[in-house]
Design a protein around this ligand. Sequence first.
Ligand SMILES: [Zn+2]
Length: 211
Amino acid sequence: MINYNWRINNPYVFTQHDNEIIITGRALGKPWKDKHYKEVKDRIREHLRRQQNDRCAFCRLHVPSGQFYPHIEHIVPKGSREEFTFVSHNLAYSCQLCNFGKGQRSTLIDPVCVDYPMRGEEFNIVHPYFDDYPDHIDFIEELLIIPKNNSLKGRRTIEFYKLDRTKLALDRAFELNINNNAISIDKLTLRLTREDDPAIIETILALIDAF
Ligand SMILES: [Zn+2]
């Protein structure tokens, strides 16, 4: 398995200058997407990009900063909890598909908690700062993302970020340069007989077809 940086160990530290921009923007009612915050967001994105080795926190694909516009994903959606918009631990570098995939789904166990929770148990998905991804998520042949030991967190992360999308498995094959010499069709076929999740079965069939 690739040696990813599974957890984000160093959250972004807002500077005094950042805080001034944020306070001014909020007083004027400017939303996250407003260009008022651009320089702050650029600094956050660059910090997280380095922390995450250029990889999306959810699908773990490489997100080249020059090719696709990398996103800053709000783990707790900013639409539901606006006050967590600029909480460092709520921000992760992600690809566009994962960011849009999750949308406004709630990731909090207690959706009305007052302070931003600082423990993995308080989130219903794998939290990039508080949980270890490999405890909850596994890969079949490095390509297919599945829940580990039926982990509920793993299952929800896959569901929320659509990590069972067929295209993702194919993108992983392309990125990892896994071709028909390197992949074991036999192992994939064997896996077919073990899985009962229709989405996973569909993806395995697509992979067998692609190779
Ligand atoms: Zn992603």
